[in-house]
Design a binder for this molecule. Sequence first.
Ligand SMILES: CSCC[C@H](N)C(=O)N1CCC[C@H]1C(=O)O
Length: 356
Amino acid sequence: MRLQRLVSLMKERNFDGALISPGTNLYYLTGLRIHEAGERLTVLVVSADGEYRLLAPSLYENVVRNFPVTFWRDGENPYDKLAWILAEFHLSDGRLLIEDTMHADWLMNVIRLGPFEFYPLSSLVRELRMRKDKHEIEMMGHAAKAADRVFDEILSWDLVGMRERELALKIELAIRELSDGISFEPIVASGENAANPHHEPGNRRLRKGDMVILDYGAKWKGYCSDITRTIALGRPNEKLVEIYEVVKEAQERAYKAVRAGVLARGVDEAARETIAKAGYGEYFTHRTGHGLGLDVHEEPYIGPDGNVVLENGMTFTIEPGIYVPGLGGVRIEDDVVVHDGRGKRLTRAERELIRL
Ligand SMILES: CSCC[C@H](N)C(=O)N1CCC[C@H]1C(=O)O
């Protein structure tokens, strides 16, 4: 059980306890899918002795079953109950791991409960989550397939004249039809807007001559995909067509650089060098990729500072891009798993330039 693996790591690294609020770590460790209950304190308490208990609002009485839990009702002070659980688990001081995304006001109340030293939970859980098991990779495969299928659908739509935000909504609906939901709000960046890697889709209408960046992802049983394709409408500027080929080459070289045993930054270097040699180094303004799993951005990060040694079972994106202000941009992204010592693409949509 994953919670037991966390407890072993806690013992090994001299942590006394952990407080885990709802999110992907709680889901990963327990299988509990608890939606954020806003301001109502919800937290899993884990001790290095292997005891654990969820403290949750009574709203969840019908949701949390077969799991050790203490409920609190509106009108009660949940921090009194948290203090009792901590006392029961002999956690009156010491080194506590805290979920990185815990609300600051919850944390401020926790701080008052004892002379604890706080550490980010991610410092331990990242080591577990970075290495995916067979089941997780299978789920990511499903999420990636859904993304590929959505791309094929997009190609059948009448894109010229559509507003970026309309297309983003259509993409979102198509993803929801084929999967459990979106990994993040789709990016549709057309024409000169494509020079912004995180462009928020707006009212601009797609027109002939545009290069359009489409970046979106699907979820399957909590696991994310994340794909980017750049397509041409009509006949775009020749410079952008040249840029497309450079980005495609950079993406392929980075993909080929994936090996178990190499540093993540080696993969980044392969993409960065290709783009720099073609003269566009200053226009590649972000890392080459990021780990992918229950979160759309997680370890291992594939950037110039990526010091994780790649291993079988690690999953991440490879997504170099070139962004020229006033002209536009190109990004090509696939999801990759390290399998049998090498990279294997999970997303397989067409990578040659498609002209519609
Ligand atoms: C979660 S929104 C961005 C999704 C996108 N695929 C992405 O991860 N990136 C786009 C530009 C670089 C990269 C990033 O690191 O943010």
